[in-house]
Design a protein around this ligand. Structure first.
Ligand code: CP
Ligand code: NVA
Length: 312
């Protein structure tokens, strides 16, 4: 089976470093108006069951910038929407394309896509993980802070797909992570166990706490995500109530390290999980983070599809 990135755990720490170095190298080349053609003659498909601004556009642009082609495949316009099984769809797409970037409701869908397509599948968000996001995010932290090991990331909010991938990503890179979430909104138990196992090897420390101030104290990075993820719209009222204290605001930021930075995977809801003054403030690296969705996607494509994996 082709190597797919369905989870952050599908990337080794060594590979992660190499992806960062490819992202950085090609970022510089593209900013210098140099051409990079590592995806020449390659066609990737973007199978999306949910809306997306960044993930879709960044992967699509990444393929084009690297000299390849990208086909957007919203599931609503595929026979999937009329009941064709995912495994049949996967077999056919696998015979046309060189890779699939998929955004799905159920994580099982990306697993089935990878299994039956026999081409690399990049998980562009499922109910369980958002691994490609976290590759881009850690690339951003590394660019800003110049290293990752030993830094503490405090995630404030829901133990959701993004936080699950961050637990694995911080563990893998030797960072520490404090996750503050309300009771009943913990990260996935299996992922937490996996992350703790990796952390034991890398020296990373992972903590789940209830109190945002406890998580934020002396942290190097404050990170948040929406309180209501895609597909949870019917829980909106209850979630808005439960997550009320889990906001990144100036008071919380004041508890973090002096040179702490603020991150949000976006889309953001000002006044809910983050305040306007903080996301627009000097310590926010949210816009660099958003821009790096493109360069992270480029690094992933280059490393897994561009044939440079063996050269590094
Ligand atoms: N952060 C992120 O995945 O954004 P989109 O939903 O716009 O792709
Ligand atoms: N947790 C969010 C992330 C959006 C990029 C969601 O799943 O909707």
């Amino acid at each position: 089976m082709a190597h797919s990135i369905l989870s952050v755990a599908d990337i080794s720490s060594d590979e992660m470093e190499k992806i960062f170095s490819r992202s950085l190298k090609i970022k510089r080349q593209l900013k210098n108006h140099e051409s990079v053609h590592v995806l020449k003659n390659k066609v990737v498909g973007l199978l999306f069951e949910k809306p997306s601004t960044r993930t879709r556009t960044s992967f699509q642009t990444a393929a084009l910038r690297l000299g390849g082609e990208a086909v957007y495949l919203p599931s609503s316009e595929l026979q999937l929407s009329r009941g064709e099984p995912i495994k049949d769809t996967a077999r056919i797409l696998g015979s046309y394309l060189d890779a699939i970037i998929a955004r799905v409701y159920s994580h099982q869908t990306v697993t089935d896509l990878a299994r039956y397509s026999n081409i690399p599948v990049f998980n562009g968000l499922s109910d369980l993980e958002h691994p490609t996001q976290v590759v881009c995010d850690l690339f951003t932290v590394r660019e800003v802070k110049k290293h990752l090991e030993g830094l503490t990331l405090a995630f404030i909010g829901d133990g959701n797909n993004v936080s699950n991938s961050l637990l694995l990503g911080t563990a893998l890179t030797g960072m520490n992570m404090n996750l503050a979430c309300p009771e009943g909104y913990d990260p996935n138990g299996t992922i937490l166990k996996k992350a703790e196992k990796i952390a034991a090897e890398t020296g990373s420390k992972l903590r789940i706490v209830r109190n945002p101030t406890q998580a934020a104290k002396d942290a190097d990075i404050l990170y948040t995500d929406v309180w209501v993820s895609m597909g949870q719209e019917n829980e909106r009222e209850e979630r808005l109530h439960t997550f009320k204290g889990y906001q990144i605001n100036a008071d919380l930021l004041a508890l973090a390290a002096k040179d702490a930075v603020v991150m949000h995977c976006l889309p953001a809801h000002r006044g809910l999980e983050i305040t306007d003054d903080v996301i627009e403030g000097d310590q926010s690296i949210v816009w660099a983070q958003g821009e790096n969705k493109l360069y992270g996607a480029i690094g992933l494509f280059d490393f897994y599809l561009g044939g440079t994996q063996d050269e590094i």
